[in-house]
Design a protein around this ligand. Structure first.
Ligand code: HEC
Length: 159
């Protein structure tokens, strides 16, 4: 299942790259996260305090019940549950969220588990793009520098 998710995510990424490669304005934060423009991070970490605190509130209200208050993930997140699905993984840098480019994370948050196969709900009806970017900024700000740097380099390749 985790493998399937990765493969699905990889294929999604490939199609995003095809769409995105004609565009190279990395710093543009536009309204549509999964559109042709990407909004990757900057090389030097700068997390806007106001955005991070807005994101933290959104996270506590909508995401913490599954991903944990500090985005530490469900205790047994690596094990398939009785329903054959994976519990919510950490988003604080100890899971593999940082293996996925910015746009793909935004895509999962908007649309939920790829193919509806997992238990991640879709948020596009409840959160707008700005709110999704805010909540991402919150959990990304928790990542260790090493994870952030690797993720940054991957985003450069993916955009
Ligand atoms: C009902 C429980 C639940 C809620 C609420 C929830 N999630 Fe999830 N989330 C999951 C599960 C379960 C997965 C694993 C999905 C899978 O296996 O397909 C997941 C996966 C993810 C991923 C992909 C992580 C990775 O390592 O690939 C991101 C990003 C994410 N969630 C963000 C959020 C955000 C942001 C919110 C709040 C707006 C949220 N989630 C709310 C259960 C939840």
């Amino acid at each position: 299942m985790q493998l399937t998710l990765c493969r699905t995510a990889f294929l999604t990424l490939c199609s995003l790259i095809l769409v995105a490669c004609s565009d190279d304005e990395p710093s543009t934060q536009q309204s549509e996260i999964v559109s042709t423009k990407s909004a990757p991070p900057s090389a030097t970490r700068k997390h806007d305090f106001a955005q991070v605190s807005r994101g933290g509130k959104i996270f506590q209200a909508n995401c913490a019940e599954c991903h944990g208050k500090s985005a530490e993930g469900a205790a047994n997140w690596r094990q398939i549950n009785a329903q054959g699905k994976y519990p919510a993984p950490p988003l604080n840098g100890t899971g593999h969220a940082w293996h996925h480019p910015y746009k793909m994370l935004g895509h999962v948050i908007k649309n939920g588990s790829p193919g509806g196969q997992g238990d991640m709900p879709a948020w596009k009806e409840k959160l707008n793009d700005q709110q999704i970017m805010d909540v991402m900024e919150w959990f990304i700000s928790k990542w260790p520098d090493q994870a952030y740097d690797a993720w940054y380099r991957m985003n450069q390749k993916a955009s």
